[in-house]
Design a protein around this ligand. Structure first.
Ligand SMILES: CC(C)(COP(=O)(O)OP(=O)(O)OC[C@H]1O[C@@H](n2cnc3c(N)ncnc32)[C@H](O)[C@@H]1OP(=O)(O)O)[C@@H](O)C(=O)NCCC(=O)NCCS
Length: 435
């Protein structure tokens, strides 16, 4: 057993009695009341999921295992000479709640490198797609195609005690975490580099190897590390995390779950917003003929988008009520590394005009930018200009958090998810509209 798996086992054993006590002694305690608005309005804000891996405060933003993002970036070990930490270190933190030492990270990297090889048929599945297919479709199908590799599925079929469900789930998760960057890189190379070749470097970590596989020079390895870490988790209620959790709750294995997670992330109100931001900024660019627009011009453009009944991509959030710290971290990165980049200037003018406009319009509960408002600008700067691909990067990062959650769901014996629906008639009767 690796050090990570051993530590995880100890953490699980220590945590199980806490859940048992909550259920035994407080199972009937009421913690929520639910309004009609919440029932019709996408269950917004109803506290009905438990995770210790991350928590999203509306005003502070996300914390991973109790650490702010700034703390995560500061405390996790980094590769020699790198500005950003090891992604493998983040995975260790998400799983165990502990900041790993460099030696502990090295062991995870060693284990992960040995799991990176893709079965031959995965390449064939990817190759079978026409180049016009959206990369998220290909990613979802490629992950799904590996379902036959599931260790959980095999062990379950042979008869597996509930108490041990987490163990083969951990093996599946480690396998998928190690393989999904390779799948992503192969999709990128096939679609945009017209090369059906992925050079993996076993001496490199998650971020370094990803940059090497798609052949983008330094400091893109650091960009990749930052990107995967920033997108890893956003507590459990968002569409991608919730979908992954929901599917896994029926004991479907992680391949089904992560494929579903990817499908949820592919919507423009969720992960695809990063692509939409870049597409929209290109429209601005076309309009102003490559000249950086003034604030007035940008205001007009924003108003045109709103007047045509569209949302401003990269702004607003279902939980956050301030500028997303994931946005701020990327903005700081841009100020440091690409202050003169034209697209960064566009994004910054948007930051100056969009919140006021949304506030004045009075509809959006959160007028501030989210993670997607800035992320494509950085990718574009380093040569990854195929914005259809940006949500694949998001997916690779998000898999880290969702897989960590699924292992813990299994460890704590969370049951199959099954909320209750009612009819409109019933709702009208409950509030006294109908007898
Ligand atoms: C993220 C998002 C889906 C959250 O949705 P939500 O929780 O329903 O947001 P709100 O409660 O603030 O929505 C209230 C109204 O404001 C609108 N609104 C919210 N964000 C908006 C935006 N960025 N631009 C224009 N209108 C927006 C909503 O469409 C809604 O309009 P409606 O009453 O006509 O249906 C929403 O803010 C959005 O569509 N943002 C743009 C897409 C995006 O960046 N997604 C990535 C999120 S990380």
């Amino acid at each position: 057993m690796t050090g990570l798996k051993q530590k995880l086992y100890e953490k699980i054993e220590a945590h199980r009695p806490r859940i048992k006590r909550l259920l035994d002694e407080h199972g009937e305690t009421v913690i929520n009341s639910v309004t009609v608005q919440q029932v019709i309005g996408g269950m917004r804000g109803i506290k009905s999921l438990v995770t210790d891996i991350s928590y999203l405060d509306p005003y502070e933003g996300i914390r991973y295992r109790g650490y702010t993002l700034d703390e995560v970036f500061q405390k996790l070990p980094k590769p020699p000479g790198a500005e950003m930490p090891y992604v493998e270190g983040l995975f260790y933190l998400l799983l165990t709640g502990d900041i790993p030492t460099k030696e502990e990270v090295d062991e995870v990297i060693y284990d992960s490198v040995n799991r990176r090889q893709l079965p031959r048929y995965v390449y064939e599945v990817i190759d079978a797609f026409p180049n016009q297919s959206h990369p998220m479709v290909i990613l979802s199908a490629a992950v799904m195609s590996m379902q036959r590799e599931s260790v959980f599925n095999l062990k379950y079929a042979r008869g597996l005690n509930k108490i041990d469900f987490w163990d083969p789930t951990y093996e599946d998760a480690m396998n998928l975490v190690s393989k999904i960057p390779v799948i992503g890189a192969y999709i990128y190379n096939k679609l945009y580099r017209k090369t059906k070749y992925v050079y993996q470097d076993p001496t490199l970590d998650f971020g370094g190897n990803f940059a090497s596989m798609i052949d983008i020079d330094k400091p893109y390895d650091d960009v990749a590390r930052m990107y995967f870490i920033l997108h890893a988790d956003h507590e459990s209620g968002n569409v991608s995390a919730h979908t992954g959790h929901l599917i896994a709750s029926s004991l479907s294995d992680v391949y089904y779950s992560i494929s579903g997670m990817i499908n949820g992330l592919a919507g423009p109100l969720h992960g695809l917003a990063n692509q939409e931001v870049l597409r929209w900024i290109q429209d601005v660019r076309l309009r102003f003929g490559d000249k950086v627009p003034s604030k007035d011009q940008m205001q007009k453009f924003v108003m045109e988008t709103l007047d045509s009944g569209q949302v401003i991509p990269g702004y607003g959030h279902a939980v956050l009520r301030k500028t997303d710290p994931r946005y701020s971290i990327q903005r700081d990165f841009c100020i440091k590394h690409l202050p003169d980049d034209d697209l960064f200037k566009y994004a910054d003018i948007l930051y100056q005009v969009v919140p006021d406009i949304l506030l004045e319009q009075g509809k959006a509960k959160n007028p501030w930018p989210n993670v997607d408002a800035q992320s494509g600008v950085i990718q574009w700067h380093y040569g990854l200009v195929q914005y259809d691909y940006y949500t694949v990067l998001f997916s690779i990062g998000r898999a880290l958090g969702v897989l960590s959650n699924i292992i813990w769901d299994r460890a704590l014996g969370y049951p199959i998810e099954r909320p209750k629906s009612i009819t409109t008639d019933m709702l009208e009767q409950m509030v006294g509209i109908k007898k």
